[in-house]
Design a protein around this ligand. Structure first.
Ligand code: GLN
Ligand code: ZN
Length: 762
């Protein structure tokens, strides 16, 4: 019998009720018992939905109170010592302490889950003695069975992935740790088997990254141990986000099933399947419904794909699955009421994906006759979007086709531009600037609300924004900064602001996805060809420039960042979308220049996170990402200074690409990765203008002059003083006015000291 299987369901709820419950509990507005009840209700609701849609293998233990990696660590009692955890079940106060910090102990680090925008809490192994604090998957299984009669499929993060994502041990200790954890995993699995669990999903997404021979040996040990200790339990070894590495080795592991991603790893997995076949005694978890995109699947294409798969495995061997957990998509399109019909019709969030799974499973087992109407309707919906005017802008497509074959280049090389810019701008040694945004006070947010609700006219709101600009231009002059900014008061979000002004974007009402903890984001949707429709930032920037004789830097979000922080269409390559965005932004860059703005910053904080998981694809991505940035910025005059900004990522392994962007000046965050970044500049010289952030903007603390002086001195040991700028780590929109002014005053003072120290040497 062909079965459908889901790998995980979103936690947040259709109304983000999960988020609301967590935040109410943290704020002390919800008793723990009531909180537990609310979360249980949400959890059961999600199971019920899957049951009603007829999903055969419904995941349990995919639900979390914060994050599933933190859950796994807590299940094994891996709690950093600073939280004074004394054993037994992990109390919520400790659990949330690790995630969010307490007044006595800093939170654990959080980082991105593979190439998604979901963040997990990094387990800290040092000093831990793993024990089972609670068999969480068992509790989840029992709950589903008792309350709903569901024979759930517990989901567990595999030991190999768990250890690879943990920190606090050295590479040589990997096996020691593995041998500490293995018996605990075995006990968890044995208890599940004893309870009558049939299927367990063990997630090992790390298997899509490069694996060594040693890794393969470790995997053999792990899964042989499980096979020997719990022979009756059917384990599906689940991978996702890319094609599995070392396919032949992985499919030979002694498990009952292997789950592969046939959406994001389609080509690689299909090739391997054809080349190496698939064992007749195993189940193939065929991830054909995209767990990360928001688009309806072409049911016909999916059926054709499954047909192709059944040339290598029998239909009975198939589990028809989502490509990964549905955690990465919003809950239901039923709440979207304001989208263009051709867009609305082509969307599928988590609940609609359940329907898709049910439909294709039905078709595979009993033929397409029963779903003929559904197939037609699906074709029609996808065709409507495909043929929409928004997706067929011949002007944009022709312009981009032309750009693709060109080599976008500034008219002169950096050395010459630098001389021309120095002559024009006459900036002092170590020019000071900021990253763009200034505090978005309660007043600013209130004003925007009033304007959005229509209580304030556009003119009223625009006048308010001008007042903010007046205030901050004055403040910046007083503080003594050299290159000023207007402050970005008119923007809530650096991607949304541009998306709202460009063609090809849509904004959903309820397209929320979990980013980290209770924080949800609602990414814009790029559904059509992206096009410039008119000036976006000129008015405010130009106004700011009228107030001062110092240069005001224009402020744009770069093409790659806009793309990486949006849901994008899947009918064209990401490269193509990036070029369309770049072409649109180029028109804004040119408009700013025309309006007399001589310095323009194009922020690209999200370049690093778009890096493909497969090493062999990374160079190609970086190449077109760099090209997109250059398309956006290359047409200005030599005296126009292009800035860029990057933050909160490990950039040390991509310095060459950053240099290839050919921005005249980059400002880059360093407080979190100072050592590594500085080190990489020892190895490679950086030949363009650069400002390494001299203070972290994440805390209200006002850093002292000496602290910043030492940051500056450390940076100057490896960077050319003639090209060095001084700035904070990132934008200041989350800070308060007073601390911002005080910090910037100290920064300027530290700059004066550095100028006095270094004046003689340059
Ligand atoms: N210009 C933006 C700001 O200052 C940059 C934000 C970012 O890098 N994330 O807010
Ligand atoms: Zn930043």
């Amino acid at each position: 019998m062909v079965r459908s299987s889901v790998l995980g369901y979103p936690r947040i709820g259709a109304d983000r009720e999960w988020k609301k419950a967590l935040e109410a509990f943290w704020a002390g507005k919800l008793e723990e018992s009531e909180f537990q009840l609310q979360l249980q209700e949400i959890r059961l609701n999600h199971l019920r939905k899957q049951q009603e849609k007829g999903i055969d293998l419904i995941p349990v233990n995919d639900f979390s109170y914060y994050d599933h990696i933190l859950d796994t660590a807590a299940m094994f009692g891996i709690i950093p010592q600073r939280f004074a955890f004394e054993g037994g079940a992990v109390p919520l106060s400790v659990y949330y302490g690790v995630a969010r910090g307490t007044k006595d102990a800093a939170a654990s680090e959080m980082t991105k889950w593979f190439n998604t925008n979901y963040h997990y809490i990094v387990p800290e192994l040092s000093g831990a003695s793993p024990v089972i604090t609670e068999n969480k998957p068992l509790a989840a299984y029992r709950e589903a069975k008792e309350k709903l009669g569901i024979q759930g499929k517990p989901v567990i993060v595999g030991p190999f992935t768990f250890l690879k994502l943990s920190k606090g041990y050295s590479a040589s200790e990997f096996d020691t740790w593995l041998h500490k954890l293995l018996p605990l995993y075995v006990q968890i699995l044995q208890e599940l088997a004893a309870e009558g669990v049939e299927w367990v999903q063990i997630d090992e997404p790390i298997l899509v990254t490069a694996l060594s021979d040693t890794d393969i040996e470790r995997l053999k040990t792990i899964y042989a141990t499980f096979a020997n200790s719990v022979p009756n339990l059917n384990i599906v070894l689940q991978t996702y986000f890319e094609a599995v590495d070392r396919y032949a080795d992985i499919i030979s592991l002694p498990v009952k099933g292997i789950g592969l991603d046939f959406v994001h790893g389609l080509n690689g997995n299909l090739q391997s399947l054809k080349a190496f076949g698939f064992p007749a005694d195993k189940v193939l978890g065929a991830g054909v419904i995209d767990g990360r995109g928001i688009w309806k699947a072409s049911l016909r294409e999916k059926l054709a794909l499954l047909e192709e798969l059944t040339q290598h495995v029998s239909a009975e061997q198939l589990l028809i699955q989502t490509s990964c957990s549905l955690l990465h998509v919003p809950v239901t399109t039923a709440r979207e009421t304001k989208l263009a019909p051709e867009l609305q019709g082509a969307l599928a969030y988590a609940d609609e994906k359940l329907d898709e799974l049910a439909l294709i499973t039905k078709a595979v087992s009993s033929g397409t006759a029963g779903i003929a109407a559904d197939l037609d309707e699906c074709d029609r919906a996808l065709q409507d979007l495909q043929q929409s005017a928004a997706r067929n802008r011949s002007d944009v497509q022709a312009a981009v086709a032309e750009l693709r074959v060109q080599q976008p280049e500034r008219s002169r090389p950096f050395a010459e531009r630098h001389a021309a810019q120095q002559a024009k701008w006459q900036l002092p040694l170590f020019p000071t600037t900021t990253i763009g945004s200034f505090p978005q006070s309660a007043e600013v947010r209130k004003a925007r609300q009033l304007w959005r609700k229509g209580e304030w006219s556009h003119d009223h709101y625009a006048a308010f924004i001008r007042e903010q600009i007046d205030l901050w231009i004055k403040l910046q002059e007083e503080i003594g900064l050299d290159v000023l900014v207007h402050g970005e008061f008119e923007r809530t979000d650096m991607v949304e602001f541009f998306g709202e002004k460009l063609a090809g974007f849509a904004f959903t009402q309820n397209g929320w996805v979990q980013s980290y903890g209770s924080r949800c984001v609602k990414p814009p949707v790029i559904y059509g060809d992206v096009a410039f429709t008119g000036e976006m930032t000129v008015e405010e920037t130009k106004y700011a420039q009228t107030l001062t004789s110092r240069p005001v830097k224009g402020m744009l979000t770069g093409p790659i960042t806009i793309m990486n922080w949006s849901f994008v269409r899947d009918d064209v390559a990401r490269e193509q979308i990036a070029y369309q965005l770049a072409y649109a932004l180029r028109q804004e860059v040119e408009a700013l220049e025309q309006a007399g703005i001589g310095m323009i910053q194009v922020d690209e904080p999200a370049v690093r996170e778009g890096l493909p998981l497969k090493e062999e694809e990374q160079a190609g991505y970086l190449e077109w990402a760099v090209k997109a940035f250059r398309i956006a910025t290359c047409t200005v005059q030599e005296t126009t200074q292009i800035h860029t900004h990057m933050c909160y990522c490990e950039f040390h392994d991509m310095i060459d690409s950053i240099e290839a962007m050919d921005a005249d000046v980059i400002s880059i965050e360093t407080s979190r990765s100072h050592g590594e970044l500085i080190h990489s500049f020892e190895l490679n010289t950086y030949k363009l203008g650069i400002g390494l952030g001299v203070y972290d903007i994440h805390s209200p603390r006002v850093p002292g002059v000496e602290e910043m002086t030492s940051m500056i001195e450390r940076a100057l040991r490896v960077l050319d003083p003639k090209l060095f700028w001084i700035n904070p780590d990132c934008g200041l929109k989350t800070r308060g006015l007073e601390e911002t002014v005080a910090s910037l005053r100290n920064m300027v003072e530290a700059t004066h000291i550095a100028r006095a120290t270094h004046a003689a040497c340059v």
